[in-house]
Design a protein around this ligand. Structure first.
Ligand SMILES: [Zn+2]
Length: 193
């Protein structure tokens, strides 16, 4: 299960938070900060709610570009979000220039649909993809299929990812305390340690 390190958007200090945990930093009031990743729609901020609604409803028409994916059942989105945060599968998408968590909650069975603007086609998807290029409070997923250009970074059950701060710097990926990989999205270069 992956742990994430980042500057907490609520208490503005360094924290380590897992999928089921909360920021344990103690505030001036003496209480814990308790920031946690959004899973249910109502737990999320405005950005998360917009993404949640987007990915639980079919598009109004053909998207202008890229791909648009959605699940038929709104509750599934939260279940997939939680499942994905607990995923140990970390990949690089060099085409879209981000690291992401990957999961296939129902194996090869389709769980969502994707519409591709460039092909004008609708396809089934079995995979859940959470790009790690969002702010921690905005982390959310979309659906897709495994692409040949995906690069596996780690499937360690002891995964720890340092998220980038303020749009600069690089991601650092650890297995336990061992640094295994870094990725700099500005230079678009990854390095296996
Ligand atoms: Zn905090």
């Amino acid at each position: 299960m992956a742990m994430f390190e980042f500057i907490c958007p609520r208490c503005h200090r360094a924290c380590t938070v897992g999928p089921l945990g909360t920021c344990q930093n103690i505030l001036d009031s003496g209480r814990a900060c308790d920031f946690e990743f959004a899973i249910e729609m109502e737990d999320g901020n405005r950005t998360y709610k917009v993404k949640y609604l987007k990915h639980t409803n079919p598009p109004a028409g053909m998207p202008a570009d890229g791909a648009y994916s959605w699940v038929a059942n709104s509750g599934e989105y939260a279940i997939n979000q939680q499942h994905l945060l607990m995923s140990d599968s970390l990949y690089l998408d060099p085409k879209n220039n981000y690291l992401f968590l990957w999961a296939t909650p129902s194996g090869a069975q389709p769980i969502a649909k994707v519409i591709y603007a460039d092909q004008g086609t609708v396809q089934s998807a079995s995979g859940v993809i959470m790009p790690l290029n969002s702010k921690p409070q905005n982390l959310h997923h979309h659906y897709g299929n495994h692409e040949p250009y995906f690069q596996k970074i780690s499937e360690s059950s002891n995964l720890r990812v340092e998220l980038r701060q303020g749009g600069s710097g690089e991601y650092r990926v650890y297995e336990g305390n061992t640094l295994i990989y870094t990725y700099d999205p500005v230079a678009q270069s990854g390095r296996q340690i």
